[in-house]
Design a protein around this ligand. Structure first.
Ligand code: NAI
Length: 327
C-alpha cells in the first residue's frame, strides 16, 4: 500500500474546514488508495483550538481507514512541516467598519507568515491551494514569501466559479453537467471573474451556438455566476461552505490525479500569456496530467472577452499594488 502523504488545512475549525476535512480523510481528494496525515492549523486562540479539538474527535469517530494520523497546530512552522498538500482556507474576514485596505493588510500578514513557513519547512514539491479571500492576492503573497519554492506550486481557487458556470450552462441547455466540456473562468475570484463558454461543447456541439444569445451571456449568465456567493449568503444566512469545500476537493484532486484532457479553471501564476503580467495569480483554463497543470494556450480572445479580462485584471493589479509595500 502507498505511504501516507501530509495534508495541511488552515482554518480547520471553520465552516469550510468542517465540510472539507471529512472528504479528504475519506479519500475523495487524493484517491481511495492514498493514506493521509492531517496537520490542522487554527489561530492559537483557546476557543478556536478547542473547536478544532472537537472536529478532530469527530474525525476519529469516523474511523476512516485512510486517516493515518492527525495533529492540531497554532503555529504555521509546525503545521506545514514536510507537507505535500497545503489548503490555505483560514483568512481574516471583513469585520464591521473594516476598510478594504485593512482587510488586505490583515491578510497580507497571515499569508506572508504562512508563505515563509512553507518556504522553510514544507516538502519542496508542495502543492498549495489558497481558498481564503482575497484568494488570488493571498496566493500571490504566499508565493512571494516563499522564494525557495517553485512559483508554480502556488494556486488560487477559481473552481467554485467554474462549477457554478457549469451548472448554469447545464440548466440553460438542458444537458447533463458532466457532458459539458471546455468551460473556463478567467481572472480574479470575485464578481469580476469572466466565465467563458465560447469554446464549450456538449457531445461535440458548440454550447454557444446552442444558446445563441449574447444578451443572456451578458445580462443573466455572468451576473448569476459572479453574484452567486452573495445569493447564497442571502438565502442561507451563511456563506457557501459545502460547495467551496467541494471545489477545493476538485481542484486538488485534478491537480494531483489529472483531468484526462478535460479543461478546468485554476488560479495560477501567469507566464505572460494572454497579456497577463508574469506572476499575477490569474484564473486560466488548464489541463492536468502527471501532477502538473498545463495552461491551455493560444485561444482567440474577442473584443467582449478582452474587455472582461481587462476588468478583472485591473482589479487584481489594484489589490497587488495595495499589498506590494508589505512584501
Ligand atoms: P470561517 O470564518 O467559518 O472559518 C475560517 C477559519 O479560519 C476560522 O476558524 C478562523 O479561526 C481561521 N483562521 C483565521 N485566520 C487564520 C490563520 N491566520 N491561521 C489559521 N486559521 C485561521 O470561514 P469559511 O466560511 O470557512 O471561509 C474561509 C475563507 O474562504 C474565507 O476567507 C472566505 O471568504 C473564503 N472563501 C473562498 C471561496 C473561493 O471560491 N475562493 C469560496 C468561499 C469562501
Amino acid at each position: 500500500s502507498k505511504a501516507p502523504v501530509r495534508v495541511t488545512v488552515s482554518g480547520a475549525a471553520g465552516q469550510i474546514g468542517y465540510a472539507l476535512l471529512f472528504r479528504i480523510a475519506s479519500g475523495q481528494m487524493l484517491g481511495a488508495d492514498q493514506p493521509v496525515i492531517l496537520q490542522l492549523l487554527e489561530i492559537p486562540d483557546e476557543k478556536a483550538q478547542k473547536a478544532l479539538g472537537g472536529v478532530m474527535m469527530e474525525l476519529e469517530d469516523c474511523a476512516f481507514p485512510l486517516l493515518a494520523g492527525m495533529s492540531a497546530h497554532g503555529d504555521p512552522m509546525t503545521a506545514f512541516k514536510d507537507v505535500d498538500y497545503a489548503l490555505l482556507v483560514g483568512a481574516r474576514p471583513r469585520g464591521p467598519g473594516m476598510e478594504r485596505r485593512d482587510l488586505l493588510s490583515a491578510n497580507a500578514q497571515i499569508f506572508t507568515a504562512q508563505g515563509k513557513a512553507l518556504n522553510a519547512v514544507a516538502n519542496r514539491t508542495v502543492k498549495t491551494l489558497v481558498v481564503g479571500n482575497p484568494a488570488n492576492t493571498n496566493a500571490y503573497i504566499a508565493m512571494k514569501s516563499a522564494p525557495d519554492l517553485p512559483a508554480k506550486n502556488f494556486t488560487a481557487m477559481l473552481r467554485l466559479d467554474h462549477n457554478r458556470a457549469l451548472s448554469q450552462l447545464a440548466a440553460k441547455t438542458g444537458k447533463a453537467v458532466g457532458e459539458i466540456e471546455k468551460v473556463c473562468v478567467w481572472g480574479n475570484h470575485s464578481p469580476t471573474m469572466y466565465a467563458d463558454y465560447r469554446f464549450a461543447t456538449v457531445g461535440g456541439q458548440s454550447v454557444k451556438d446552442m444558446i445563441h444569445d449574447d444578451a443572456w451571456n451578458r445580462d443573466v449568465f455572468l451576473p448569476t455566476v459572479g453574484k452567486r456567493g452573495a445569493a447564497i449568503i442571502e438565502a442561507r444566512g451563511l456563506s457557501s461552505a459545502a460547495s467551496a469545500a467541494n471545489a477545493a476537493i476538485d481542484h486538488m484532486h485534478d491537480w494531483a490525479l489529472g483531468t484526462n484532457g478535460k479543461w478546468v479553471s485554476m488560479g495560477i501564476p501567469s507566464d505572460g500569456s494572454y497579456g497577463i503580467p508574469e506572476q499575477t495569480i490569474f484564473g486560466f483554463p488548464v489541463t492536468c496530467a502527471g501532477g502538473e497543470y498545463q495552461l491551455v494556450r493560444d485561444l482567440p480572445i474577442d473584443a467582449f472577452s478582452q474587455e472582461r479580462i481587462n476588468k478583472t485584471l485591473a482589479e487584481l493589479e489594484e489589490e497587488k499594488a495595495g499589498v506590494q509595500h508589505l512584501l
